[in-house]
Design a protein around this ligand. Sequence first.
Ligand code: SAH
Length: 222
Amino acid sequence: MQSDFKGIGMTSQRTRDRLAETLIEMGIESEAVLDVIRNTPRHFFVDEALATRAYENTALPIGFNQTISQPYIVAKMIEALIKDNKLHKVLEIGTGCGYQTFVLAQFVDYVYTVERIDGLLVRARERFQKLGCTNIRSNHSDGNIGWKAHAPYDGIIVSAAPIGVPSALREQLALDGRLIIPVGEAGEQKLLEITRNQADYSEKLLDSVSFVPMLAGTDATR
Ligand code: SAH
């Protein structure tokens, strides 16, 4: 990684280590996930004016009325998704600034990511390129329909909350694949882990959460 991604002062290694400590206190156990969080330049994914706050365990604005996910939630979702396995293909719905996509890309062979706001996707793609990340494929489309061309996926991770689980996402899971998804209205969302079994799906409640809503259709604004 180039030296300007390493960060100084409020974006230094010590600041990142402190974030990892917070996540441990909150219950994140995977050393692999904590290591990647420690080594990922989150300040690179937000506006320069917010860089000094990049290692706080909070969501921050990324433009277009959206937010970068809280590090605890990213860690929690990825921990539940990978469970110390090396997954081949993972689908992410809601690229946003690309922070979670980049973290995921350290654990899987390929990340397929879908974003409905073109302006966010354009910037995220620039970041992946600058960081030298070559195993991310992205698409400007509505994640409610998944990304059928590359299905089935060993895992699917959703960063915006629909009212109910979109059927296309269940259908695009491989056998034993896991879907990590927040579901429900604002103020009463639940983070679910849905596993595809031979004949059906099993469901586990992971946490109470607060995500931006999953919207329909695409937005061409740049
Ligand atoms: N993990 C991202 C989260 C961004 S917020 C990050 O850390 O930056 C959630 C994102 O989901 C937003 O960018 C929003 O535009 C996107 N989104 C909402 N509904 C969507 C849909 N139907 N299809 C694709 N993306 C969607």
